[in-house]
Structure formats: C-alpha cells, structure tokens
Design a protein around this ligand. Structure first.
Ligand code: PFF
Length: 549
C-alpha cells in the first residue's frame, strides 16, 4: 500500500489575505495517506449499527429476504450518495471549506444552501450526544467481563431476567437522575469515554482521527474474527437440545422468512416496512447522509481519488456488517437461547441476550470481554467522525482556532449528552433523538444532498469533478441513477416512512414530558447553528472570492 503525500502539518490558524485585505484563518490539516482516509471513513461507518442494529433488523424483517431490499438500497442509494458526498467534500476542501454549510453554499453557488447545510452539522452532533452514551455502556460491559462483575445468579431460568435487570440498573432505565445515592459508575465511564473522544479530536484530523483509526479498524476486525471463529465452532453445545446448533443458528438468521400473511418469503417483499428498514439500515450503517463524508473528504489533497476510495470504504463496511455482524450475534443467541432468545431490538439483543450467551459459552468471560471491547472500538471510531464536522463548522463559522472550537463543542455536546444520561428513564431522551435525528433527519439530509449534486451542481459537472484523479471509472448508469432514481427512491421511502411512523410520534409529543423537551433541545441547537451560518456568511463570501481570484 502506498503512502501518498506528506503531512501538511498542523499549521492551522495561519492567516492568509482575503480579497479585502482581511486575514482569513486557514485549516491546513489533511489526511496523510490514502489508506488513512479509507480507514477513517470505514471506521466511521463500522459501528454499533453493524454488530447490533443490522442483525436485529435483518432477523425481524424477513431474514434472507431482507437482503433483497438491502442490497438494492446499497446499489441505488448508498453507493451513489456516497460518491456524491465524497466528490462535493473534496470540491469544498479545494475551495478552502470543511463544514457542510460552507461547502453546500460553495457547491451550489447560492448562499441559501448554507442554511440547509446546517443540517449536516446538527445531525452528527445530536447523534453524538446519545451514541457516546451507548459507547460508554460497551466499555462498561467490557470492564465488567474483565473483573467478573456481571453476576446472573445460579438459576438458568432466571438468567434472562437478571441480565435485563443488570442492564436496567447500569443505564438507569428505571428512573431519571445520575444514579442511586450519588454518581453511578456508568456516569464516570461516560465522562471518561467522552474525554477520550475529545483528546483524539483535539489532536486533529491526521494526528488524532487518522492515527487512531489505522490501529483501531484492524484491531476490531481481529477481535470480531476471533469471536466469529468461536461461534462457528460451537457445534451443538447442549446435546439435549440438538436443534440448537450452528447450522440452524445460521439458518435462523439467513433463511428467507415471510413477514407477510401469505406465508411465502417473497411476501415479505410486498411489505413496505421491510423496505423502510433496509433503506434506513443502509444509511445508518454507511454513515451516508450524515454530513460526515462531506467533511472527511474535504481534507483530501487536491485531485486525490474519490471513486475507488468511496467504494472501498463502503465495501469494507459491508464486509463487517454482513460477514461479521450477520454471522455472530443472532446465530450465537439462537444456539444457546433458541428462537425466542434470538429476537429483540438492538439493545435487547446486545445487552440482555448476549450476556446470557457468554455465560453458557465455553470461555465466555474472555469472549464477552473481547466482544464488548470490539464494540467499544467500533463505536469510538464512529463517534470521532460525528465531532469533526462540528469542529470544522465552529472554526469556520466563528473564525476561531481549533483549540477554542474544540472547547466550545465540548461544552455543547457535554451538556446535551449529560441531558441524555440524566433523563434515562425508559431511555426517553435517547430514543427521541434517535427517532427525529438518527432516523428521520438522515432521510431529509440525504435527499437534499442528492438534489444538490444531481440538480443544483448538475450531474455533468458532478461526474466530471468525481472523475478527476479517479482510479476507476464511474459506471455509466451513475448519472441516471443519481439524478433520477436516488431522489425518487428516497422521496418514496420517506413518504411511506412518514405515513407509517409520524402520526404516532407526533401524538406522543402532544403528551409533553421528556420527548417534548428533547425536541426543544434539538430545535434550540439547530437555531443556534442557523444564526451562526448567517453571521459567517459574509466572511465565507470573501473567502470564496479570494479563492476564485
Ligand atoms: N455508521 C455508524 C454505525 O453503523 O454504527 C453509525 C454512525 C456513524 C452514525 C456516524 C452517525 C454518524 F455520524
């Protein structure tokens, strides 16, 4: 693998002269190698979504049948939008911009797009506020395996209940607050994990994110492969239950199942819910539609390949998702717990069922540690990517240096994340953010992005830009797909999704309480960003003029 270019250094904060003689602060941080940026984007993509969310979604939505809409969404939405994002990001970087609002404005040539770009900062920052909390649970579980503190008692019939209770206590599901009679361990862990994220972010794009991902991504692949080998060699651990074996575990996950009334698996393809789930999973998993790739690609050196890099990062994500995530979680749960134990949402599967599985599994304490530590690594490479767009935006928007911008973002996300930790009853704050931002918001941003690329910038210009320096050719159908198919597909899926989900959620907001306050927090942060975009606008105009001149 070749190392390209040299480190341009961390010479941020240097001033250049703008058209009007006004000094403009330059962010000079860049990726130091091609492999580095691919690891960083893959690190962002590979996360809890691959190992917990994907298996749960696939098993609940038709098993093998789920893979049909899943791969269609990958080809028609995931890959095209990822290429559009990489291309626009690199383009923005060349013009001296790194945040979505500035890049949207520059790519569109119309200032009003900057306001839409503010979503590309809002989404990752809000997701960070709750994702870092789950990340700290993973570290907490890894440590609990290391110290042997997960005690599920001696009665196998009560393991499931005890495991759910342990999780509930750990995350404070029963009541709001910071833990019984003082600050609970989980809050210290949250603070630690939060700080670790900011240490890497403070070090910058190349010295922080790139360096960490270069080690963390291979390390998590290794941990996941070790756990996978363990699961696939389990055989039939309980001879009294001969059906609960590895092959049936894989079959439970992968045999096409019907989720429709006619009983035939193809019936599940007539169920819009399955298509919605598959599309949402593709976005969440690839980190496409979050405003992250646009930011990461802006640190590419001029004319470095985006087509092959984008495809490589996305394919790496699919390998982790389908080949590792898809073969571990559900089959392991089925082998020990049977069909009933192998279902449950993301948290039910990951934090309630799996601890019971590790209890039964030979060498379970070791594999439990390895598994949760791997989840922690996967989560941290993702959460770092949620912070960088915000850092770049504050630097660019307020014309401040990295140090100040990291501090400000730390205060903002610290307050928001503490809000999630505090209002833990029924995980109300976390769920509300995940619904409005992690699910609905990403559809909106992805749609805006694909319209910006295909219609506002124009597909011809976009393709020309993407091809510059590309190491493989874009497929010919890309133009047609990105201009017509992707936006229509997105709008249709979004309309179906809204129809199915919005009424219920709006109703729950009417009842007030934490969900309503959480939406208030989200709106407050968004308004703040819009104001910032407005203030920064004239400086960005100057800078754009400077770049053209
Ligand atoms: N793609 C990550 C995962 O699969 O867990 C999740 C994610 C990363 C969400 C980055 C949002 C984000 F900004």
């Amino acid at each position: 693998m070749q190392e390209e270019g040299q480190e341009e250094g961390q010479a941020e904060g240097q001033a250049g002269e703008a058209g009007g003689g006004r000094p403009i602060r330059k962010q000079r941080d860049q990726w130091t190698s091609r492999v580095g940026v691919i690891f960083a984007v893959a690190g962002s993509a590979v996360g809890l979504g691959n190992f917990l969310r994907f298996p749960g979604q696939a098993a609940e939505n038709g098993g093998g049948a789920f893979m049909v809409p899943y791969f269609i969404a990958f080809l028609l939405l995931g890959i095209p939008i990822c290429w559009a994002e990489w291309t626009m990001g690199r383009m923005g970087g060349r013009m001296g911009f790194h945040s979505s609002p500035a890049i949207y404005g520059a790519v569109a040539g119309k200032p009003r797009w900057r306001f839409m770009g503010a979503l590309g900062v809002l989404i990752p920052i809000i997701i960070y506020m709750y994702y870092v909390v789950i990340e700290s649970w993973c570290l907490g579980y890894a440590l609990a395996y290391l110290t042997g503190s997960i005690d599920l008692g001696n009665d196998p019939s009560a393991y499931g209940e005890r495991s759910a209770a342990w999780f509930g206590d750990f995350v404070g599901i029963g009541a709001n607050g910071l833990g019984d009679g003082g600050v609970a361990t989980s809050v210290y862990l949250w603070a630690l994990v939060f700080a670790v994220n900011f240490i890497f972010i403070y070090r910058g794009v190349s010295r922080g994110i790139e360096t960490f991902c270069k080690y963390a991504v291979p390390a998590m692949a290794l941990c996941a492969v070790v756990v996978l080998v363990r699961v696939l060699t389990l055989g039939t651990p309980n001879p009294e239950l001969p059906d609960q074996n590895v092959l049936n575990g894989l079959g439970f996950m992968w045999n096409p199942k019907s989720s429709a009334a006619d009983g035939a698996w193809v019936g599940s393809l007539a169920d819009p819910g399955v298509w919605l789930a598959a599309t949402g999973q593709i976005f969440f998993s690839l980190s496409v539609g979050f405003g992250i790739i646009i930011n990461y690609a802006s640190y590419l050196q001029r004319d470095k390949d985006v087509v092959l890099s984008g495809l490589t990062a996305s394919s790496t994500n699919e390998f982790f998702e389908v080949c590792l995530g898809g073969l571990i979680t559900i089959p392991a749960a089925f082998i020990f717990l049977g069909a009933a134990g192998a279902t449950g949402g993301t948290f039910g599967l990951g934090f309630n069922a799996l601890p019971v599985v590790f209890l039964y599994m030979p060498g379970g304490a070791f594999f439990g540690f390895l598994w949760f530590f791997m989840l922690f690594l996967a989560a941290i490479t993702s959460s770092l990517s949620m912070l960088q767009p915000g850092i770049a935006f504050l630097e660019e928007g307020l014309d401040i240096n990295r140090h100040t911008s990291v501090t400000l973002l730390g205060l903002l996300t610290g307050a928001g994340s503490l809000f999630v930790v505090y209002f833990s009853e029924g995980l109300a704050a976390l769920d509300t953010m995940d619904f409005w931002i992690g699910t609905a918001g990403i559809f909106v941003l992805a749609t805006l992005q694909v319209i910006l690329f295909g219609w506002v910038l124009g597909v011809d210009k976009g393709v020309e830009e993407a091809q510059r320096g590309a190491q493989i050719n874009l497929p010919k159908v890309f133009r047609f797909v990105v201009k017509y198919v992707s936006p229509l597909y997105l709008l249709t899926i979004f309309a179906l999704w809204s129809n199915q989900n919005l009424p219920g959620y709006i109703e729950s907001l009417r009842q007030g309480g934490i969900p309503l306050v959480t939406v208030g927090v989200i709106v407050g942060v968004f308004v703040l960003f819009l104001v910032l975009v407005r203030i920064a606008g004239s400086r960005w105009d100057e800078e754009a003029a400077h770049h053209q001149g």
